[in-house]
Design a binder for this molecule. Structure first.
Ligand SMILES: [Zn+2]
Length: 61
């Protein structure tokens, strides 16, 4: 069950990230894309902290 829709497409959001106080939903595909874009940035650190609440098994392995 998805509570949010992906910010970039029609898919249901698998992850929720908060940016500038606005909650943004991301599907699996777009989430990974964002992570690649944000690699080594402070924003990624914040995103990682945020998603630790959700399922991040693919990141840990
Ligand atoms: Zn998407």
């Amino acid at each position: 069950m998805y509570l949010m829709q992906c910010h970039y497409c029609e898919s249901g959001a698998a992850y929720a990230a908060e940016k500038n106080g606005i909650k943004v939903g991301l599907c699996e595909q777009h989430f990974r894309k964002r992570v690649e874009e944000l690699a080594d940035s402070e924003e990624l650190q914040a995103l990682r902290e945020q998603i630790n609440i959700d399922r991040t098994d693919w990141m840990r392995s």
